[in-house]
Design a protein around this ligand. Sequence first.
Ligand SMILES: *Cc1c(COP(=O)(O)O)cnc(C)c1O
Length: 361
Amino acid sequence: MTQVFNFSAGPAMMPKAVLEQAQQELLNWQDQHTSVMEVSHRGKLFMEMITQAEQDFRQLYAIPDNYKILFLQGGARGQFAAIPMNLLNKKGKALYLNGGHWSATAAKEARLFGDIDEIDILEQDETLQVKALDLRDIATQYDYVHYCPNETISGVEIFDIPDVGDTPLVADMSSNILSREIDINKFGLIYAGAQKNLGPAGITIVIVREDLIGNARPATPSIWNYAVQSKSDSMINTPPTFAWYLCSLVFKHLLALGGVKAVEQRNIAKADLLYQYLDQSGFYRNKVAKANRSLMNVTFTTDNDELNAKFVAEATACGLQALKGHKVLGGMRASIYNAMPIEGVEALIAFMRKFEAENRG
Ligand SMILES: *Cc1c(COP(=O)(O)O)cnc(C)c1O
């Protein structure tokens, strides 16, 4: 079988070691002679598994004790609604920083629940970049400020955490959670659908500072109420047990690799290799300013739709899968999340060189 590298933006590739372990344990988990997906979520072994998963995640991301970690359902989109239901209840206003598709979509959903102000934070000249932001003064009038530090579609990443003073900062980290070290103390709430960097689709992680729990509006459904979920170990209803188990294996795997610091170094090495190649090429172009180039989603184009389509078809035939860019942007996108080995990036660059040589006008 030829080696395949999967550059899908999400659901994305899983670490091979994790899939192998899951395969090995599939019919006999913890000597139960049954799989993990067939046991009670309230049983001793499952409870031990999730307790350890939370500890491992807390250790990996250096999450302080005054933050709760919830394992919920409904994806990032579920949180687009849950966040205003839980947090938009004192001043009744929130500020959303618009840096692309996902932050704009989050703002649109939040408008169902209250008064939302939006600031456009991108500027485009030769390249696409994030403006310098001075938010400390205006932030005081809001219950929270929301942003998306990694816009998965455009490949724009914000490395400097916005300074919003004492106002809670809320971040959609669906596509860059655990990709590099961050100071959790700077955030009120961080959330992420699992299917890019944590595990399979179906589970959503919310890291929330304790003082932000307990203010949900009265009509908040129990499954979206952080206080209720926090009191019930994220098990107000049957959780996605198999997805949770796979996340637990990913956490252990990342710890064994040396934790987030080591993973960050690998991610920087992978992204540098690809961007350096793009920058010296006169054939492909990445349109994001250097300071805002995503470590996770690398977008590029030949500026010719026909050539782009040919690129994607030939790359797929060579085992380099899912490189087609998002439909709103066109071009190509290589998603190189934690699970992508450097060999995948090297194989992509080798293919790009060959394609360039064969198709340069
Ligand atoms: C993929 C993605 C989403 C959507 O996640 P769902 O779990 O499908 O709701 C939201 N935000 C970002 C940044 C994403 O990358």
